[in-house]
Every structure is written in C-alpha cells, then in structure tokens.
Write a protein of this length. Structure first.
Length: 292
C-alpha cells in the first residue's frame, strides 16, 4: 500500500468498503474556525454520509484547560476521546474513516488525533463534496448507531494512550529550527506579523518557515497530487532527505495537522506542535519574529 493510500481513501474505495463484510466506522467531523458552536452538528443533521456518526472537534478532539499558554485546542484526554468514540459506535480493531468539507481541516485534525492514540484511520479524499459529486446519497437526522457489545468496545484496560505520533512542547518548538525545519502553515500575512485576527501577538516562532496550508488542500477538498505536494513542501522534504527533523504548527494545532497528513502521504513523518501560535503568543517569555 502506498503512503497516500495509507492515509487517504477515495470515494469508490469507501463505497466498496461500506458495502463489504467489515465496513469501517464512519465519522463526520465537520467544523469551521469561528463558527457558532453546534453549527457542524447542524450541518451533519441536514445531510451526512449514510451510517456516519458525528464527532465534535471541540469536545472530543480537543480539551479546554483554561490556561491560554496551552493554546486554543490542546490535545484531548484519551479517556474522554474513547468515550466519544464508543458513543459513535466505533468497535475495537475497526478501521475508521473521517470526513469533513472543503476548507475545514477538521478531518486532518481528527486523523492526527486518532493516530496519536494508536487507532487505524484514513481521511475521505474530497470529503462530503466528493461523495455527493459521485452521485452517492446522503441521509438526514441522527444515524442509527447500534450499541457496541462490551466484548467489542474500545479498550478500557489498558486505556487509549497518546504518544503514537510525535509532538513538540513550546521548548521543543523553540529549538526545532536548529534540528531541521519548523513549518508555519498560517497565511503569509499572519506569518509576517502584518495582521493577527485571533491571537494576542502577531508574528511567528523565530527560525520557522512559511508553507501556507492553502496549498495543501485543493478547492474541491481533495489532497493535491504528489507532484504538487512535492513542489509545495520542497523545503520540508529536503530537510527529511538530509535526515533532519520536520515539524509543523499553525494557529491552534488544527490546520497544521493537514501538513502532517500531506507529508505522511509522501512517506515523511513530521511532529506537531499542538499549542501552536495560540500557546506561543500567550507566553510573554517567548520571542517573536516578524517579516519573511
């Protein structure tokens, strides 16, 4: 299996798997930064892939500590995530497919978090838009999620644990450029410090380079082809080829997961700084760089 097929699933592949004897668990993770809470679930109720359960990014794929130095989307408590997945009908050992809408990046975050706790998961390439464009139906309301027998449930003992994918602390991020490449995937004007619509300080982590996530997510929701990705991720790939570390961050650890996903599709592992700029900029001891 190629690296891309290991992290992505196409609409025809998913349709065939859902009709097979061991269908994957299907999770709708639609979410958009800044939207009214509950909007993603409302869109799910209006129309979702048949059999999909809704998984909320804010409650299941993150936690809220109240400490701004942790960032806006700290990693979830694995036990809380496990309960949310069990409620969504995910069984032990079951393959998982996550999807969202073009421009969301929520599926990338879901893929990363589920891999971080060691679960088998892929992203539907093109998301809901690709599914409907291929002529497949949607269903509305809440899906009928059958109860999971205790013998098939996700493990309580030992519990799900994080650490299956690499992460950076703020201290790690500060020295990451010395060990390789630290990629900031925010828009160029935010990277340069010209604007900052969300966080308290504008700029970027010293030594980071800017590879905007807009180039890693096509307008129709598909992951770009390998040639395009290699062009747009060239500095990170060069570092990996040289045996150096590759890491990524964004505003709050959501869109940077798309960069980790894109790199994984090329067979390149990368670490994620979960707190990202929202954590860094809320710590007055951290230096800030501006400009290109």
């Amino acid at each position: 299996m190629s690296s891309r097929r290991g992290v992505m699933v196409t609409v025809p592949e998913l349709a065939a798997a859902l009709a097979g004897s061991a269908p994957p668990a299907l999770l709708d993770v639609r979410w958009t930064l800044g939207e009214v809470p509950g909007s993603g679930r409302q869109r799910y109720a209006a129309g979702h892939l048949p059999g999909a359960a809704f998984l909320d990014l804010e409650s299941a794929l993150t936690r809220h500590t109240g400490d701004r130095r942790d960032g806006r989307h700290p990693l979830p408590v694995p036990a809380v995530l496990r309960d949310a997945l069990a409620e969504a009908g995910v069984r032990a050992g079951q393959q998982i497919v996550v999807y969202d809408e073009p421009g969301s990046f929520a599926a990338g975050r879901a893929w990363w978090v589920l891999r971080w706790v060691g679960l088998p998961v892929r992203v539907l390439d093109g998301g809901l838009t690709a599914w409907t464009a291929a002529g497949h139906p949607l269903e509305s309301g809440d899906a009928e999620i059958p109860a999971v027998p205790a013998s098939d449930s996700l493990p309580l003992s030992p519990p799900l644990t994080g650490g299956h994918l690499p992460t950076l602390s703020a201290d790690d991020a500060a020295t990451a450029p010395d060990r390789g490449v630290l990629v900031d995937v925010r828009a160029p004007e935010r990277f340069r410090g010209e604007v900052e619509p969300i966080d308290p300080i504008a700029g970027h982590i010293p030594g980071a380079i800017n590879l905007p996530v807009a180039g890693l997510f096509a307008a129709d929701g598909h992951l770009p082809d390998e040639v395009t990705l290699r062009e747009r991720l060239a500095p990170a790939l060069a570092a990996a080829d040289a045996g150096e570390e590759v890491a990524a961050y964004c505003g709050s650890g959501v869109s940077a997961a798309q960069a980790v996903l894109a790199l994984a599709s090329l067979g390149v592992p990368a670490a994620l700084f979960p707190g990202s700029w929202s954590a860094w900029s809320n710590d007055p001891t951290r230096p800030v760089a501006t400009g290109s």
